[in-house]
Design a protein around this ligand. Sequence first.
Ligand code: ADP
Length: 420
Amino acid sequence: MYDECDFVIDSRKVTPGCIFVAIRGEKTDGHFYVQDALFKGAKYAVVEKEVDAPASQLIKVENTVDFLINTARDKVQKYKPFVIGITGSNGKTTTKELISQSIGKENCFANPGNFNTEIGLPLSIINHYHGERYLVLEMAMNKFGDIAKLCEMAQPDVSVLLNVGSAHRGVAGNDQAILEGKLQIIGKMRPNGTAVVINDERILRKISTPFLVTFGYRKGDYQLLDYCYHDLSTTAAYKTASETVEFNLKSIWNTGQLTNIAAVLAVLDLIKVNYNKDLIENFSPVQGRFKVFKHRDIIVIDDCYNASLESFRVAIETLRKLGKRSFAVVGSIKEQGVYSAQTHQELGKMLEALDGVIVYNSDHEIDFMSCSKEILRTDDAEQVVLFLRKILQPQDVVLFKASRAVQIEKVLEKYMEGSK
Ligand code: ADP
């Protein structure tokens, strides 16, 4: 019935003939926009509560998010693809991209961008999946139970668990809930499915699946053996099931990202797809996800897209290896709830390793952070930029990092604009 229609949840994106699905969000409620969507040409609106609109155009369901999931599941069941599910606190998007690009577009569909939630993932399957043999999906967890739901929609044949960190712990409840929630990707995979899991004792002791492949930095079945940086590139050596291989990556990769490549090699071996050395070596980090470049003799790290303690740790570790002196412009780590004070205190300790820390406090969770290396604290992006221009010298390195909501990329943009 819906096969030929695009599904849309934002009435501003309605095109004639589409189906508008009204979702109750935190900030607004899609049900307010049903009339607008129908006026703009939506064929039907899917709703879960009463709205004032022609009944012939309304499809009433219990829960509109479940409706999306069920519609996507029907599509997956129709084509029966081989499903590779990826979860973890960090690294999902990059890992997904590397796996799907290695398989190739003709045979593989991967969720675009980071459409990885209980809304974004079904939407991308409904609108863009056309029966390719492999389905590579990143599955994000905001709250306990999300991963199980996504696995019921597309049950993985291979489940990849990259790491379990502290991201969103305020929303998920606590660290245990995060661990248990992410483990659902293994609990809910196909009975004969294979789990590809980071070699971390805390995680492995919870797993009893018969088919298990591990990966890690100097441990596991697939290992990152060693790596070094030269200019703005990375040489990394890996041990796979059958060989030792070296990659000359054309950009700077941090240890976390490098470890994810071991997971990629494991998955490709499992599905008997040869890795493409050129593709891996030339893969360019997505903007905002630890993208390192030189700007007027200063090494800049754009890691504005998101932040957690774990991604800060690997960023700081790399920062110190790159430049003459290392600086960071940092903002809050959000979604930490009752852990916020503890998280920011830990962040302060990590930042001690740097030469200077600039705190961008456009929001106030970062107030919990103290660090003896702090040299400026302000909510004025312009002031950050002027200060950076004053202190930075050739070959220094500067990291920009905070949670998405902080929009620290605005500071980076100003810095780049001003010094063109
Ligand atoms: P995700 O899709 O899970 O948000 P990305 O691939 O977009 O992950 O990477 C986001 C951030 O996570 C970047 O800052 C990157 O440096 C960091 N990161 C990637 N892999 C790891 C890892 N294994 N451990 C810690 N941080 C990591």
